[in-house]
Design a binder for this molecule. Structure first.
Ligand code: MIC
Ligand code: SF4
Length: 758
């Protein structure tokens, strides 16, 4: 298999060749017309006649067309793939180096430093990609989701990616699902991707955006309506006349942030905007093929006429009424109109001044986004306005960077004083070396990113992060304060005049087409058997994996509670990013961050708890290491939507490595629950959520009847109080037969290894 810098037209044609027939089968099996998401799904099962199609219930085996991985998750994914004993990947796959570049000075300099500091990891990823036939995108080539949108996504395709924002490709009509590395290993080894057939949420868009409102405001509104767990187990399908008024990259922004509501993925049907984007990015042949297949690249007319009969839930948003929104702090679903932020800041005691404004991330770094931001910069310079806070801009890809440089948009931003960072994640994932504030300094930042959990951007819990559109970030950077509404308020310029900002204008696509910039793609060599993959045993950044032990057939008795979290416990709380990203290829070292952000439900402290073996208060990673060394298995307890956010499987592998056998919560985020299952940890939810409150620090937990585990049946559990009294309760589990097999084998990888005879 050849892996190129773009999806070959042959692959697209193969997908379209089966589409009409499979859509017919889908209609017959479901006995009705289909939504667009359903058409893509029914075109990708391993067996179209027998795979389950019962929403929210049956599991089905799918065959994605592609796999994409970013550097921070690819390390663990490929370390696992290496143990499976295959000569090459079974599906076209790519690795993208974007997360490990720290923002400190400016793009070029920061990139040079990153290439030096991360040399060992980049060498590993490049050599392992070469060895197994994977396409490799060098650091500097861009953020995975922008590169995928520009090169690999296509309408009606299906892909998985080891990053939660993989659904960005839904902006180009693809079912793109964020997964943990172990899921990617399944697909790369030729096994299907097994998921529960999703529920469907329809979002009908009417009207058109105008003024300061942007595509970002649509998803900020959807997040407000559905909350951070409202999309769990569902695909969000956008449709309606308003959908067609949004550019392809604007659609991608909306789909990208569907991760923030827990959705399996989000997507739009194929339309003119997508065709324009495909052509502008050099993929005329794909646009033509999509035009020919167009009837099956959108929902059936009956669905559009009566969506309530086809979707589990329908939300309607009139874009003409949508006002600019800003969400945060600490959670992406806390929304209010920009015009109301000032009053809320007074009520909450948040600072009025903004300490930094940031435009970019995989969510909002397209040509259109930057051109709208640059139009504000031009207006500001022409009218004697200045930024009142540092402004940092990250282009989404080298192609976007080179094009905005050629078109003078970078110069517009720089003239206003913006610092242009590398084409990478940077401050979106804590890769931000910031010296102007320190821990404890309560400060406000505004950005066009997607997540705003505590410590997310600069590692400081005292930073309050607000998420909004790039144009609103620009306006707030010029005001330097949160109590500014660009629609109604004015700014004072250098001459003392009051100036009202003009409504931003953007260009959907560059009039002169895109220029690719410096090529960042390395194709795998044709002869790969002699490629050497280097992992030094002395390395503190990479470590070969040892298989986890299989289940010993016994019930779990007397498990101490290593950690009981209260409130939000995202993957950032479980396995922090920022400085810890450097250990993403070394399971033992990264386990030093286990639960350091979790809020202890017994004490309210962050990152510390009681070691039940010696009674001392310690950091969670120290307790976990102690239990591990003492051979003491344990349980972790979580609240609602435990494991929200990232796809990083480290948040499941670290507990597993340190001896977690069960994680008991009020509810789980989808990717994290699967990651736990994949690694052989039992994820259970309290059948009665009130049971959570009965668990005290010195209690132990019994998990019984494990030999009789059967799909979807509750597991009998007990709280054992220090005086020996017990409280019985049920733990619900959502495993099918295959997943119960993973539990018994000590993780899914052990099954793959056994099948391969390794
Ligand atoms: C994120 O946005 O949280 C990340 C960093 O991209 C993660 C992946 C990771 O932790 O490496 C994600 O979204 O899955
Ligand atoms: Fe990178 Fe941020 Fe996008 Fe995650 S959300 S892929 S860290 S830019």
């Amino acid at each position: 298999m050849t892996v190129a810098a773009h999806t070959p037209i042959e692959l697209v044609n193969d997908v379209y060749a089966t589409l009409p027939e499979r859509v017919g089968i889908g209609r017959r099996r479901l006995g009705r017309s289909l939504t667009f998401a359903e058409k893509v799904l029914v075109n990708h099962p391993r067996d179209p006649e027998t795979g389950g199609v019962e929403r929210g219930r049956s599991y089905t085996d799918l065959d994605p067309d592609r796999v994409a991985m970013q550097d921070a998750t690819a390390q663990m994914a490929l370390l696992q793939f290496m143990t499976a004993g295959l000569p090459e990947v079974a599906v076209p796959s790519t690795v993208h180096c974007d997360h490990l570049i720290q923002a400190k000075t400016e793009g070029k300099q920061d990139l040079r430093v990153a290439i030096d500091v991360n040399a060992e990891v980049y060498d590993f990823l490049e050599s392992v990609s070469a060895k197994y036939g994977i396409g490799f995108w060098k650091p500097g080539s861009g953020i995975i989701h922008q590169v995928v949108l520009e090169q690999y996504a296509f309408p009606g395709g299906m892909m998985i990616g080891t990053d939660s924002h993989t659904p960005n490709a839904g902006g180009l009509g693809m079912i793109a699902i964020g997964v943990g590395g172990a899921d990617a290993v399944d697909v790369m080894t030729g096994y299907p991707f097994n998921v529960r057939w999703p529920k469907l949420i329809g979002v009908k868009l009417t009207g058109t955006l105008s003024g300061w409102s942007a595509p970002k405001d649509i998803i900020l509104k959807v997040a407000e309506i559905l909350t951070v767990k409202g999309g769990t187990g569902a695909i969000v399908e956008y449709f309606g006349p308003g959908a067609e008024s949004i550019s392809c990259t604007g659609k991608a922004t909306i789909c990208n942030m569907g991760a923030e509501i827990g959705a399996t993925t989000s997507l739009f049907a194929y339309d003119e905007a997508m065709s324009r984007y495909l052509k502008s990015t050099g993929r005329e042949a794909i646009a033509e093929a999509a035009d020919a297949a167009a009837a099956d690249l959108r929902a059936d007319a009956e669905v559009l006429a009566d969506p309530g009969a086809y979707f589990d839930e329908v939300i309607e948003i009139d874009l003409s009424d949508l006002r600019p929104l800003i969400n945060g702090p600490h959670t992406p679903d806390r929304a209010r109109p920009v015009s109301e932020l000032g009053a809320e800041a007074v009520a909450e005691g948040w600072p009025m001044e903004i300490s930094a404004a940031l435009v970019g991330s995989c969510t909002n770094s397209s040509y259109e986004d930057i051109s709208r931001a640059a139009s504000i910069a031009r207006f500001a310079v022409e009218n004697g306005l200045e930024i009142k806070t540092p402004l940092l801009v990250t282009p989404g890809s080298e192609q976007v960077r080179a094009t905005i440089e050629r078109d003078g948009l970078l110069a517009d931003l720089q003239q206003l004083g913006a610092t242009v960072l590398a084409n990478a994640c940077g401050p979106c994932i804590g890769q931000w070396s910031r010296s102007d504030v320190k821990e404890g300094d309560v400060n406000v930042i505004v950005n066009s990113y997607n997540r705003n959990f505590p410590r997310r951007n600069d590692g400081l819990a005292s930073t309050l992060s607000f998420v909004t559109s790039p144009e609103t970030v620009m306006a707030l950077a010029l005001a330097g304060r949160v109590d500014f509404d660009p629609v109604t308020d004015t700014l004072t310029n250098r001459d003392g005049d009051e100036v009202r900002l003009e409504v931003p204008v953007g260009e959907e696509l560059p009039a002169k087409g895109f220029t690719p910039g410096e090529s960042g793609f390395i194709a795998p060599p044709a002869h790969r058997s002699d490629v050497d993959v280097r992992v030094s045993p002395e390395s503190d950044r990479l470590q070969l994996l040892e298989p986890f032990a299989a289940w010993n057939g016994q019930d779990f008795l007397g498990l101490p509670i290593l950690m009981k979290a209260t409130g939000k416990c995202t993957t950032d709380h479980i396995s922090a990013a920022g400085p810890w990203l450097k250990y993403r290829g070394h399971l033992e070292n990264i386990s030093g961050n286990l639960f350091i952000g979790a809020v202890n439900a017994f004490t309210g402290e962050v990152g510390t708890g009681k070691d039940q073996l010696d009674g001392e208060t310690k950091s969670y990673p120290d307790i976990a290491r102690h239990y591990h060394e003492a051979g003491q298995p344990w349980v972790a307890i979580g609240d609602e939507n435990y494991g929200e956010g990232s796809s990083r499987e480290h948040a499941a592998m670290e507990p597993r490595f340190r001896g977690a056998q069960v994680v008991l919560t009020r509810s789980f985020a989808r990717i994290h629950e699967t990651n736990l299952k994949k690694q052989g940890v039992l994820p259970l939810t309290f059948a009665d959520p009130a049971t959570y409150d009965l668990i005290e620090q010195d209690d132990r937990i019994n998990v019984l009847g494990l030999a009789d585990l059967t799909p979807d049946t509750p597991v009998r559990c007990q709280i054992v109080k220090p005086d020996g009294t017990t409280i019985d309760f049920d733990g619900n589990q959502t495993m099918n037969d295959e997943q119960i097999g993973w539990f018994r084998a000590g993780g899914a990888l052990n099954i793959i290894r056994a099948r391969q005879g390794v």
